[in-house]
Design a binder for this molecule. Structure first.
Ligand code: SAM
Length: 193
């Protein structure tokens, strides 16, 4: 996407509409920590970010990134399967998260077999909606290139097309072409936001 903003940049810009200093945020796929770092900046030093990943290596990369940026003290790193999000966040976060994000797929430069799958992703997205504050938002990036990605992208599309009230899909942006489909970004918030 040379000369244009990437899908990630567009998504991250939208997050700032839902977060302010002191907000709480959730990154359900910490990966290399880029999204977690962005959230940590947006919530400020009074805020809190909960960053979940199933792999210790991802959390370690994220930890190092945050330490380097001087942001580690406002982030809780949580190791586990986000399909069990409710158990993982058993610390009063429900109804308080300003922005929850999922960047699905596998860890770039990591083990591609350890990737998100619809059977875990959809329950995790449902729980993420319950974690949101009334003026919060849910941001999801899906991929369409790797094994199983199309199936997951279709499941996420169905999820966003059948959101329970009061949530509605406020943004949807698909990249790539029919021959080479790229990532898709989805954003849910309450109507009127
Ligand atoms: C595309 S990467 C995330 C990129 C990241 N947000 C960033 O800014 O660098 C996807 C991540 O999801 C993680 N993951 C895969 N399945 C998971 C699961 N069931 N629960 C939690 N994390 C999972 C992978 O370990 C990987 O680190």
């Amino acid at each position: 996407m040379s000369g244009r903003r990437s899908l990630t940049e567009i998504a991250q810009e939208a997050w700032s509409r839902y977060l302010r200093p002191g907000s709480w945020a959730l990154d359900a796929t910490a990966g290399n920590g880029l999204d977690t770092e962005c959230l940590a900046r947006l919530v400020g030093k009074e805020g809190r970010v909960f960053a979940v990943d199933i792999q210790e290596i991802a959390l370690e990369i994220t930890r190092q990134r945050l330490l380097k940026a001087g942001l580690a003290d406002r982030v809780s790193l949580v190791r586990g399967d986000h399909g069990r999000l409710r158990e993982l966040l058993a610390c009063g976060t429900r109804g308080r998260i300003g922005l929850a994000c999922f960047n699905l797929g596998y860890l770039p430069n990591g083990d591609h077999a350890i990737r998100t799958r619809p059977s875990g992703t959809i329950p995790a997205l449902m729980e993420a909606l319950l974690q949101l504050a009334p003026d919060g938002a849910l941001s999801v990036v899906t991929y369409r290139g790797h094994d199983g990605a199309m199936e997951e992208a279709a499941a996420v599309e169905r999820f966003f097309n059948t959101l329970p009230r009061p949530w509605t899909c406020v943004e949807q942006l698909a990249t790539g072409s029919a021959e080479k489909p790229g990532p898709v970004w989805w954003l849910a918030a309450t109507e009127g936001d």
